[in-house]
Design a protein around this ligand. Structure first.
Ligand SMILES: Cc1cc2nc3c(=O)[nH]c(=O)nc-3n(C[C@H](O)[C@H](O)[C@H](O)COP(=O)(O)OP(=O)(O)OC[C@H]3O[C@@H](n4cnc5c(N)ncnc54)[C@H](O)[C@@H]3O)c2cc1C
Length: 433
């Protein structure tokens, strides 16, 4: 692995990239190919390659990269975080997603929760290799709703109806009832869920809370893992909550005006992650296509000698390079505002653009890479076939590119001329912000 990096990486950055890349090539990618071919129910069995890789990732400390060093995190620059995420996704976007959703509940508990939940749940998660997080947002009746409730017109948000997961206060406990969608990444194997729930009696999805729910509590049930087109190396499935009782300190973000800001800012962080994953996947597709085009001879010459293939390869290169440096820049800004300064004022339109742009180019690059392979690209004997399916899934994961674009567009129209993060969009829900 050796490509010119315009950021002129330090020796430490370069060594990190080499180490993670080796792991992605030798451990992650072979396991992800094996998992892709297994039935969903087999993938979640204790002896599945999924757990072997997750445990290895924990041994290397990848789950600690978004935590502050004084809270058990690994000291890293935003560029180093980006490098880790791009390399893991180069191996498999499914495993990159599994790592991302493992981190979400526990890093949110660290950044926004109290001392008690940190000691009780985050410390063991940092030390153990058999606790895994997932992120329960979308519901049978609320997929895109969970993205657009933030900036959409109040009247429309009210029409979205009640959430499918409701939290009700009962003395010193919260009781959770309802169901999350079948697309919750890692849900079939997760031990803890970072859960979004609407408060009982709430008018809109903005009347919600974010809690961390151990999935071994009485009343939790899991659906069967789903057979998906892409991202098959990360198990997905439903979560059911039948009067599940959690202590008050497991509620990380309580109902109130900060909940919507929290959702918006968390989506800024996940958008940077998704951007890095998409660049990693695009690069993996490009490298496969480049190698193949150098070897395959047609029309009396190797494919790289044909002008249409040359142009395709150049355009793939251009897209990946521009996406990489934009996502890196946004990640640097977003991490500084949320993880370091803790000002929670990262820019939603910039973060959404990083995710949207990188996901779009990943799909275009995967599509062109497959075209370069010709019919071989459609065969399961070539990994480009898997990568193409994964790139398709990315256009929907963490919000469809269309709905993310609409949300970003509202932020652009409202806030383009402001040099700060404007929370006035909350005024439609709350009298005082
Ligand atoms: C690989 C993968 C991993 C995922 N991981 C998770 C996870 O870890 N946790 C989790 O909670 N969810 C997860 N999801 C779910 C994902 O967030 C949703 O699938 C996504 O937000 C879209 O919701 P939906 O599928 O219900 O589609 P819908 O919201 O029903 O949308 C259907 C179509 O209508 C369009 N549309 C919908 N509403 C509007 C609107 N208001 N305006 C304009 N167009 C609209 C959409 O763009 C889309 O094309 C994952 C999905 C995938 C594919």
């Amino acid at each position: 692995m050796n490509f010119l990096d315009l950021d002129e990486l330090s020796e430490e950055d370069r060594l990190l990239r080499e180490e993670v890349h080796r792991f992605a090539a030798e451990v992650i990618r072979p396991a992800s190919i094996e998992l892709d071919r297994m039935p969903a129910t087999e993938r979640i069995k204790p002896d599945s390659p999924f757990f072997k890789v997750m445990k290895e990732m924990k041994k290397l400390g990848f789950h600690k990269i978004m935590l502050p060093p004084d809270k058990g995190g690994i000291k890293m620059t935003p560029l180093q975080r980006y490098i880790v995420l791009e390399e893991i996704a180069w191996g498999s976007v499914g495993f990159a997603t599994a790592l991302g959703v493992d981190i979400i509940p526990f890093s949110c508990a660290t950044l926004f929760g109290g001392k008690e939940v940190y000691e009780e749940l985050v410390v063991p998660w940092l030390e153990r290799d058999d606790w895994y997080g997932c992120w329960g947002v979308t519901e049978p009746q609320h997929g895109s709703d969970y993205l657009i409730f933030l900036r959409e017109e109040k009247e429309l948000v009210e029409k979205m109806g009640a959430g499918n997961v409701i939290a009700e206060k009962d003395g010193g406990k919260w009781v959770i009832r309802g169901q999350k969608s079948g697309w919750v990444s890692s849900a079939p194997i997760a031990t803890h869920c970072g859960l979004h729930a609407q408060v009982k009696g709430g008018r809109t999805l903005a009347d919600g809370l974010f809690a961390i729910v151990p999935l071994d509590l009485e009343g939790v049930e899991k659906g069967k893992p789903v057979e998906m087109l892409g991202m098959r190396d990360n198990p997905q499935g439903e979560l059911f909550f039948n009067d599940v009782r959690i202590p008050e300190h497991y509620v990380i973000v309580a109902p109130g005006p900060f909940y919507a800001i929290f959702c918006d800012q968390l989506l800024c962080l996940t958008s940077c992650g998704m951007g890095a994953f998409a660049v990693g996947l695009a690069r993996a597709c490009f490298e496969l296509a480049l190698d193949y085009a150098k070897q395959r001879v047609q029309g009396g010459a190797s494919l790289v000698k044909h002008k249409n293939i040359k142009l395709k390869l150049y355009e793939m290169f251009e897209k990946i390079e521009t996406a990489r440096y934009y996502v890196r820049k946004v990640m640097e800004y977003t991490c500084r505002r949320i993880l370091e300064l803790r000002t929670n004022d990262a820019s939603p339109r910039h973060a959404r653009a990083a995710q949207i742009y990188a996901k779009k180019i990943a799909f275009e690059v995967a599509n062109n890479a497959l075209q370069i392979f010709g019919a071989y690209g459609l065969s399961k004997d070539f990994i480009i076939e898997k990568f193409f399916r994964d790139s398709r899934a990315m256009l929907i994961e963490d919000g469809t590119v269309e709905v993310l674009s609409l949300d970003a567009s509202d932020d652009v129209i409202e806030n383009y001329n402001k040099d700060y993060y404007d929370v006035s969009f909350l005024k439609k829900f709350y009298e005082v912000v």
